[in-house]
Design a protein around this ligand. Structure first.
Ligand code: ZN
Length: 222
């Protein structure tokens, strides 16, 4: 999985409308920051439309599949991963409203954060997004604070809205999209100079490891 952007399959699922609403929310919030992913989704939509046009009862035109594959192969994934700061400079995008706004009762700086620990606050969006099987929340992590080491029973999407954090796999800045699953153990740490605010979408509870596994019984979902 690419550390800073959704991978191609996720973007294709998004374009096809087959992602769950909470996961699509995470992808679209990332796209507020990321011109490249917006372009890719636009291309997928265009190619999907062309594919539908050619889907006659007999068979699809191979040239559309070829065009789709050529588009994927032309995608400079490695280069994208390296220059993950340039696309993040684009924070305000005309004609593309941050989809989070429709779920928030007020601006992010005025949210009534629920205290989880001394250093971590949460605003739970789960009842507002209201899709069974998903937890959606904004989290505010104090500068320098660490989230206990954990892995995942399902998929965790995180979109960093402000500040920066690092984990064992990299350093992330505003706009970055991070996908983690059961193959990842990580302990994110907010960087020292600024509080970190991120959107997290979980398809199953976190699973803490080490000493913090004592928290696991409290993490089960009803
Ligand atoms: Zn992107």
């Amino acid at each position: 999985m690419n550390g800073s952007h959704p991978d191609e399959m996720t973007l294709m699922d998004y374009a096809a409308g087959s992602l769950s609403i909470p996961q699509a929310l995470a992808v679209s919030v990332h796209m507020c920051f990321c011109h490249e992913c917006r372009s890719l989704v636009k291309n997928f939509n265009h190619l999907g439309g062309a594919l539908l046009e050619t889907l006659k009862p007999a068979s699809a035109d191979d040239s559309v599949f070829d065009a789709l594959m050529a588009s994927l192969e032309a995608r400079p994934s490695a280069a994208r991963a390296k220059k993950n700061t340039t696309h993040l400079e684009e924070k305000s995008v005309p004609h593309f409203t941050n989809p989070l706004l429709r779920y928030l009762p007020t601006s992010i700086d005025k949210l009534p954060w629920q205290r989880q620990t001394k250093e971590i606050g949460q605003f739970d969006l789960t009842p507002l997004v209201n899709v069974k099987g998903f937890r959606v929340a904004l989290q505010k992590i104090k500068a320098g604070a660490k989230i206990p080491t954990h892995t995942h029973k399902g998929i965790e999407y995180t979109v960093l809205l402000s500040g920066a954090f690092s984990d064992e796999m990299g350093v992330y800045q505003a706009g970055d999209f991070i996908a983690r699953d059961a193959s990842h153990h990580h302990s994110p740490v907010a960087l020292q100079n600024e509080d970190c605010i991120c959107l997290t979408v979980l398809s199953a509870p976190l699973k803490f490891t080490g000493w913090y596994r004592i928290l696991n019984p409290f993490m089960s979902w009803r």
